[in-house]
Design a protein around this ligand. Structure first.
Ligand code: RNT
Ligand code: ZN
Length: 418
C-alpha cells in the first residue's frame, strides 16, 4: 500500500470540497487525549488496602497482566503511548498512588504520594490530570461521601478533595500545562429517599469547601461530573445532571459529561453547543454505555463520530477537554487504551475533514434536501487515507499492526505478572 500516494489523492479530493487536510492534521497534533490510567489497574489503585471497586462501577474480566504497582502501570502506559499519535496526557484516580506513608489515609495525600508520576511525566513530557477517589473505601459509608450526614465523615472526604486539588495544581505548575481535576462521587440511594434535599445541600456545601482554595487556571482546571444512576444507586443520585449543571454555572467550573451517564437516547454531542454557548467549558469522559453505564471501550460508532464532528465543526478545541473513561478487563488492557484513543482521534479527524461550507449554507437557505444529500455524500470521503498518512508521518504504527508490539510485551512482561 502506498500511503503517500493515497494521501495525496485524498488531499486532491478534499481540496475540491474546500477542505484543508494539513490544517486538520495540525489540529490533531495539538489536541491531547487524556489517557485514563485506571484502565490499566482495573480501577483498584495502589493503596494496598481495599481492592474491591465500590460506588456503582464495575470491571468485568481477569485478563492476565493487570498492573499491580504504579511502576507497572507506567510501563504499560509507555507502550500504549508509542501507539497513540498526538500529544500525550494521563489522568489518574486519587488512589493510584506510588507510595503510602505509614498510617496514612486519603485525607492527607501530598505530592510525596505521587512523586513517581511527576518524575515520569517530566521525563516523557506528558501532561497530567487527576480525580479524587470517593469510592472503594470504608468511609464511603452506606453509599455517601461528601453528602454524608456525619460531619466527621464529610470532613475526611473534603480533606481528600482538597489534597487532590493541591496535588493537581502542583502537577500543572511543574509540568507547565494545567491539570484538569475532576470531582465525581457515587453518593446516592438504592431505594426512594425520604429526603432528596438535605444530602444535596450537604454536597453543595462540601464542594464549596473543597473548591475554596484558589489556584490559577494555568495550574488547575476544576470539573464536576454528573450521573443519572449507578448499580446500587438506582433511585437517586445526589450529584445529578441538574445539580452539577447549575453548580458548575454558578461557580464557573467545568462540567464533566460522561457518555455512559445519561439516558441511552440522550445525545451528548447535542449538549456541547448548548453548554459552551453559555460560557462553560466541558470535560468529556469518553465512554461507551451498553444498556447502562457499562464503560465499554469506545468504538467508532455514530455516537463517537457525532462527538468528534461537533467539536471539530464548531472549533471547540479550547472549550472541550477530552479524557477517556472505560474499563474492560476481558481484553488486553494496553490494547484497550490504544484502540479507544485512536478511535477518539479518528472521530476528530473525520470531523475536521468534513466539508461544512455548503452544508451550512444549504441549511441557512432552508434547503434541507441538499443538506441531507451532502451529509450522506461526506460519509464516503477517503479519510482513511489521511489517517494512515497521519500515523506513518508521526512514526506510529497503522491500525493493522498495533497488536504486534502489544503481543510481544504481553509475552515478555505481562505473562510474568501471573
Ligand atoms: C463513574 C465515573 C467516574 C469513574 C472513575 C473511575 O461512573 O464515570 O469518572 O469512571 O472515577
Ligand atoms: Zn466518568
Amino acid at each position: 500500500m502506498n500511503v503517500e500516494k493515497m494521501y495525496s489523492l485524498a488531499c486532491e479530493q478534499y481540496a475540491e470540497h474546500g477542505v484543508d487536510v494539513e490544517l486538520a492534521l495540525k489540529t490533531l497534533d495539538s489536541t491531547p487525549i487524556s489517557i485514563h490510567a485506571w484502565q490499566g489497574d482495573d480501577v483498584v489503585g495502589f493503596e494496598n488496602k481495599q481492592k474491591t471497586l465500590t460506588g456503582g462501577c464495575q470491571v468485568t474480566g481477569n485478563y492476565p497482566g493487570v498492573a499491580r504497582t504504579s511502576e507497572e502501570l507506567r510501563s504499560d502506559l509507555d507502550l500504549g503511548m508509542t501507539l497513540i499519535p498526538g500529544p500525550h496526557r494521563v489522568c489518574l484516580q486519587g488512589h493510584e498512588v506510588d507510595v503510602m506513608l505509614p498510617g496514612q489515609d486519603r485525607d492527607s495525600f501530598t505530592m510525596e504520594n505521587f512523586a513517581g508520576w511527576l518524575a515520569w511525566a517530566k521525563e516523557h513530557k506528558y501532561g497530567m490530570d487527576i480525580a479524587p477517589c470517593f469510592y472503594s473505601h470504608p468511609k464511603l459509608d452506606y453509599g455517601l461521601s461528601l453528602s454524608h450526614p456525619d460531619p466527621e465523615i464529610r470532613k475526611f472526604w473534603i480533606n481528600h478533595g482538597k489534597a487532590i486539588r493541591r496535588i493537581g495544581a502542583q502537577f500543572g505548575r511543574e509540568l507547565g500545562t494545567p491539570c484538569v481535576c475532576n470531582f465525581w462521587m457515587p453518593d446516592g440511594f438504592k431505594d426512594t429517599p425520604a429526603d432528596r434535599m438535605s444530602p444535596r445541600i450537604r454536597l453543595r456545601d462540601s464542594l464549596d469547601e473543597c473548591f475554596a482554595e484558589a489556584f490559577p487556571k494555568t495550574e488547575l482546571l476544576d470539573a464536576v461530573e454528573a450521573k443519572l444512576f449507578g448499580i446500587g444507586v438506582e433511585s437517586c443520585t445526589i450529584g445529578s445532571y441538574d445539580f452539577y449543571a447549575t453548580y458548575a454555572a454558578k461557580r464557573n467550573l467545568m462540567l464533566c459529561l460522561d457518555m455512559g451517564h445519561y439516558h441511552p437516547t440522550e445525545s451528548i454531542p447535542d449538549k456541547l453547543s448548548s453548554i459552551v454557548c453559555n460560557g462553560l467549558q466541558i470535560l468529556l469522559h469518553v465512554s461507551r454505555g451498553v444498556r447502562w453505564d457499562s464503560d465499554h471501550v469506545i468504538v467508532l460508532n455514530d455516537d463517537l463520530s457525532a462527538l468528534g464532528q461537533e467539536i471539530a465543526v464548531h472549533n471547540l478545541f479550547k472549550d472541550v477537554f477530552l479524557c477517556l473513561d472505560y474499563f474492560d478487563a476481558t481484553i488486553n488492557r494496553i490494547a484497550a487504551w490504544v484502540i479507544g484513543a485512536r478511535n477518539m482521534q479518528k472521530s476528530l479527524l473525520c470531523g475536521l475533514l468534513l466539508p461544512k461550507t455548503r452544508t451550512f449554507a444549504s441549511e441557512a437557505a432552508g434547503d434541507f434536501t441538499t443538506r441531507l444529500a451532502l451529509q450522506e455524500a461526506a460519509k464516503t470521503l477517503p479519510w482513511n487515507a489521511v489517517w494512515n498518512y497521519y500515523c506513518e508521518s508521526r512514526s506510529v504504527l497503522p491500525d493493522y499492526d498495533i497488536l504486534t508490539p502489544i503481543r510481544a510485551y504481553e509475552k515478555k512482561i505481562l505473562a510474568e505478572r501471573a
